[in-house]
Design a protein around this ligand. Structure first.
Ligand code: LLP
Length: 429
């Protein structure tokens, strides 16, 4: 499910009218549905019920403290990629003992901080990093709980910038080199405790096949590592894709789960049904690292149309959100549905480009898309913007970051204030 629907021709998030929020707090404005976030988390957790597991939410997708707090209260673990993300998790009441620390370039400061906080595991991406981790842990007189990230060389069939499981990607250690690396670590690195194995083949996967391929390929290796080094967990990563197209009309996950088998390449249910039987007899704790699935369809970016510009070749609708607020269309050719906050009376559709105010031709939210009539002053919602939306926003063109709102039933709470112009220069000397 997701929490966005029209009531009396006005778009609501749960029981809150979005136009009211846009009027009150201004635009651009991110709005999240708490019920949707929790529903997605609980569905995934339930789908894995047949195997010992933990859902470690990938903080990078949306790291607002209130979002993290919501998930921490549900008992989620967290997958972090920086000291800053660990700091956020702790501030939000999350437990470092349920955090895994991924990423190819951890600094000394980050390693020290994570060791001191007692994280569950470092997910290490190279032999050099493993040796450095051993050295730093030794200096502190500590033991670093560790998993190495295996690159299974499986094609995730997703956008090239978010595919991570092929040998040409910078991530992980070659499948063939893992056993030898664990042997050397066991023999030579006394401050490393080999606790698990990690993998993640890419993001926004819309088919179950690559997940199955990766799990089947890596299973013999995992069994070997368990036998030989006593590893306890296997993180199978994140990457479950969401529906971006028609995410409003379709009610996202409900619609998705109800599709005929051949029309629903990947659902939470299918993910669980295919993977649990393959994992349940390994005697390992299975970690999942979903980001987008939990928050993607739980958020929208509200923006106001400032001008219409009829060019020789095209009609542009210029809005007050830009690629600095939501970069996915520019960076990954990402599709976000565009929904007017007031449902139009007429069925007329016009092909337009919705563009932002940034001085870049890549600053668009759609091109040549048939949309209902949008006029200057109208509010629209960019749907499915809860993941990698605000988290990737920047101050480019010296634009203050938008505010964020969390809706819970009838209640809307500002969970991040809009930046001011003073915020823009704070810290500059
Ligand atoms: N685990 C690891 C090691 C990852 O690198 C990622 C995402 C995840 C988990 C979570 O993946 P998810 O479940 O969200 O697909 N900014 C891009 C997506 C980048 C994903 C990076 N890594 C986008 O907007 O599409």
């Amino acid at each position: 499910m997701h929490g966005f629907s029209y009531k009396n021709a006005s778009l609501f998030c749960e029981d809150v009218e979005l136009a009211t929020l846009a009027d009150e707090y201004g635009t651009p404005l991110y709005v999240y549905s708490a019920a949707t976030i929790l529903d997605h988390y609980r569905r995934l957790d339930a789908a894995l019920a047949g195997v010992e597991h933990e859902v470690a939410y990938a903080v990078k997708a949306n790291s607002n403290l209130s979002v993290l707090r919501l998930l921490a209260n549900e008992g989620a673990g967290f997958d972090i990629v920086s000291g800053g993300e660990l700091f956020r998790v702790i501030k939000a009441g999350g437990d470092p003992a349920h955090c895994t620390f991924a990423g190819v370039g951890k600094t000394r400061e980050e390693i020290v901080y994570a060791l001191e906080q007692g994280i569950y595991s470092f997910n290490v991406e190279s032999e050099e990093e493993l040796r450095y981790l051993n050295q730093v842990a030794g200096e502190l007189g500590m033991i670093a709980p560790t998993a190495v990230r295996v690159n299974p060389n499986v094609d995730a069939h997703t956008h090239k910038y978010i595919s991570t499981g092929k040998s040409e990607n910078k991530f992980g250690v070659d499948f063939e080199s893992i056993s030898g690396l664990y042997e050397r670590a066991a023999a030579e690195l006394p401050n490393i405790r080999l606790r698990g194995l990690q993998m993640h083949i890419g993001s926004q996967l819309t088919s179950i096949a690559p997940f199955i391929e990766a799990v089947e390929k890596v299973t013999p290796l995992v069994k070997h590592l368990k036998e030989r080094h006593g590893i306890e967990f296997w993180s199978i990563g994140g990457g479950i894709g969401i529906i971006y197209k028609e995410s409003l009309e379709s009610g996202a996950l409900d619609w998705w789960e109800n599709q005929a088998e051949q029309d629903r390449p990947l659902t939470i249910d299918r993910y669980g049904k295919e993977l649990v039987p393959r994992l349940k007899d390994l005697g390992l704790k299975i970690l999942l690292e979903p980001g987008r699935l939990i928050v993607g369809n739980a958020g929208v970016l509200l923006t106001r149309c400032l001008y219409e510009k009829k060019g020789a070749a095209k009609t542009f609708k210029i809005v007050d959100a830009g690629m600095n607020d939501l970069i996915r269309p520019a960076l990954y050719e990402g599709h976000h549905e565009i929904a007017p906050l007031k449902q139009p009376e007429s069925d007329v559709r016009v092909a337009v480009d919705v563009v932002g105010p940034i001085c870049e031709s890549g600053d668009f939210f759609c091109q040549n898309r048939e949309l209902p009539e949008i006029q200057a002053g109208d509010f629209i919602a960019l749907m499915s913007a809860g993941a990698y939306g605000f988290a990737m926003a920047s101050n480019y063109n010296s634009r203050p970051l938008p505010a964020e709102i969390l809706v819970e039933g009838k209640t809307a709470t500002v969970i991040r204030k809009r930046q001011t112009q003073d915020d823009l220069i704070a810290g500059e000397l």
